[in-house]
Design a protein around this ligand. Structure first.
Ligand SMILES: NC(=O)c1ccc[n+]([C@@H]2O[C@H](COP(=O)([O-])OP(=O)(O)OC[C@H]3O[C@@H](n4cnc5c(N)ncnc54)[C@H](OP(=O)(O)O)[C@@H]3O)[C@@H](O)[C@H]2O)c1
Length: 485
């Protein structure tokens, strides 16, 4: 064990893997943990007290220097897939900056998690992940890089898990395309975290690629394991003519992921993702990866407990930029403002009531209209309503909430949601409480004439939908208060 490696930086700490790694490493009293995040508000205040947080991004060298100063081991879990079509260029630049600053600051080890697969058959997305690994590893004489490579990660909230879970749950008979027989090596998210944690201390010579995964299977195997874990019987019929494009639309319609994420995943599944080395076994002999069925059971258990630690849509990688600046309501020139009175003694219940909106809890009496809006959004390539909620009650900044994103949250005071549905403009929904008054406002910044036309055409619906929503929030708060007595 390299016991002197105590100062650890996690980048990408608001992403799917980074959030979980942060929670796991917080349990180790021998580590000083630092996070580099683009928005500090995404880290809960109680967690901020237990570690240090540097705010900024990997394109800012000064921020990187601050983040990497005195660090022994730096986790690189950043990717810019959501940052637009030039994400590969951005990821190259980000990795260059990171490696260079790590060297300047005397960091001993970079730990990176990328994807399984080879350059020759890689999808565009995987190629970018491979380039990142190559850039981080280009100076083995100056810094050690441990480059972990994982295929499909089985864990509650991962995009691939949510796709498989929803398809298996919803479709007793499935027509499956050719790519369902491409070989892949899935791995349980907790195993990924175990490797990453051990990578802090493990005695490993030089820079290494470490391929991780359990037994090889294919997409059919993944679906069968999902069906078995849920006790369901499913029939999968192969139809060679189903094109990846058609499949990606189908996935986007039936599962919580938007089309862009579905097509990236399918592109990835067109070529084999199998381990190319046995370094995981060699350097981490104490980790025995869970088999597929056990990995599913673990993920399902987390889902059933309603406490999903992180989701694929936590970061901006899902298609929109970071939430910085999304709370700037001054831009909005159109608004729908409604005021509801409540007993000031119910302050907390009213807060809990509007924080519980969305997902299975719905949006009030006009839920079918919300679903119709969500369906229209999915059909035009948006995120739709099906992302639901990460938890049934609590929210945190950065959570996806159906087609909204939580951009501000102040306990017993305010909730601000930013609209992520496709809109000819920018939209927000705000709930503010002030001693017996709930002010619920929908804000809109229209883009051009289409924006204004959109707003005025939905105004009649807003009248019913928003009025009933506010009333329902107060009624539900009264119910909560009665139940607690
Ligand atoms: N998730 C999987 O199923 C899976 C499977 C195999 C391999 N991997 C690999 O694991 C790694 C982490 O993936 P993930 O799924 O956890 O990613 P993710 O959820 O998309 O998170 C990406 C993280 O990077 C941050 N970020 C993006 N650009 C940044 C920048 N310029 N500066 C600072 N931070 C930036 C994001 O911050 P914001 O919150 O501010 O957006 C977010 O915290 C990736 O290399 C991926 O290829 C993941």
């Amino acid at each position: 064990m390299v016991s002197s490696y105590k100062n650890v930086l996690i980048t990408g700490a608001t992403g799917y893997i980074g959030r979980r790694l942060k929670d796991r490493l917080l349990q180790r009293s021998d580590l000083n943990l630092r996070l580099l995040v683009r928005n500090r508000a995404k880290i809960r205040p109680d967690i901020q007290k237990r570690l240090s947080v540097i705010e900024g991004d990997s394109f800012d060298l000064e921020v990187l220097r601050q983040a990497l100063e005195n660090i022994d081991v730096a986790f690189y879990l950043i990717h810019s897939m959501g940052g637009g079509s030039d994400y590969a260029r951005r990821d190259r630049l980000s990795a260059e900056n990171f490696r260079q600053t790590c060297i300047e600051c005397g960091v001993r080890r970079i730990v990176y998690l990328g994807g399984l697969g080879t350059r020759e058959t890689a999808s565009e997305h995987l190629l970018s992940r491979i380039e990142t690994g190559e850039i981080l590893s280009t100076a083995p004489d100056k810094i050690q890089t441990l480059w972990f490579r994982a295929g499909v990660i089985i864990g509650a909230g991962s995009a691939s898990f949510e796709i498989i879970h929803h398809l298996t749950q919803k479709l007793p008979i499935m027509l499956t395309p050719k790519w369902v027989t491409t070989k892949t090596q899935p791995v349980a998210v907790n195993d990924v975290l175990a490797y990453l944690e051990q990578a802090i201390d493990a005695e490993i010579p030089g820079s290494q690629k470490i391929d991780i995964g359990s037994e090889a299977t294919d997409f059919l195997g993944l679906m069968n394991a999902a069906a078995q874990s849920m006790g369901l019987k499913r029939h999968l019929i192969r139809v060679p003519l189903l094109s990846p494009k058609l499949s990606s639309y189908w996935l986007a319609l039936l599962t919580p992921v938007p089309h862009r994420v579905a097509s990236a995943l399918i592109e990835g599944l067109k070529s084999e993702t199998l381990a190319q080395n046995n370094h995981a076994q060699q350097f981490f002999p104490t980790i025995q990866p869970l088999n597929l069925n056990k990995a599913y059971e673990q993920a399902l258990a987390e889902l059933e407990e309603n406490q999903i630690l992180s989701r694929w849509c936590d970061s901006s990688a899902e298609g929109t930029c970071d939430i910085h600046g999304k709370d700037n309501l001054n831009q909005a020139i159109l608004r729908d403002r409604r005021v509801f009175e409540y007993d000031p003694a119910l302050q907390h219940e009213v807060f809990e009531s509007f924080c519980a909106l969305g997902g299975h809890n719905g949006w009030g009496a006009y839920d079918p209209l919300w679903h119709l809006r969500g369906l229209i959004d999915k059909l035009i390539g948006g995120v739709g309503l099906s992302r639901g909620r990460r938890e049934q009650q609590a929210l945190r900044i950065g959570d996806a909430l159906d087609f909204w994103k939580v951009v501000d949250l102040e306990t017993d005071k305010r909730l601000l949601l930013f609209a992520q549905m496709k809109l000819p403009g920018k939209g927000w929904l705000e709930f503010v409480m002030d001693n017996g008054t709930l002010i619920q406002t929908a804000y809109f910044y229209p883009e051009g004439v289409w924006g204004r036309l959109y707003w005025y055409s939905v105004m009649p619906f807003h009248h019913y939908v928003f009025q009933s929503m506010g009333r329902q929030i107060i009624d539900r708060a009264r119910g909560l208060a009665q139940n607690s007595h």
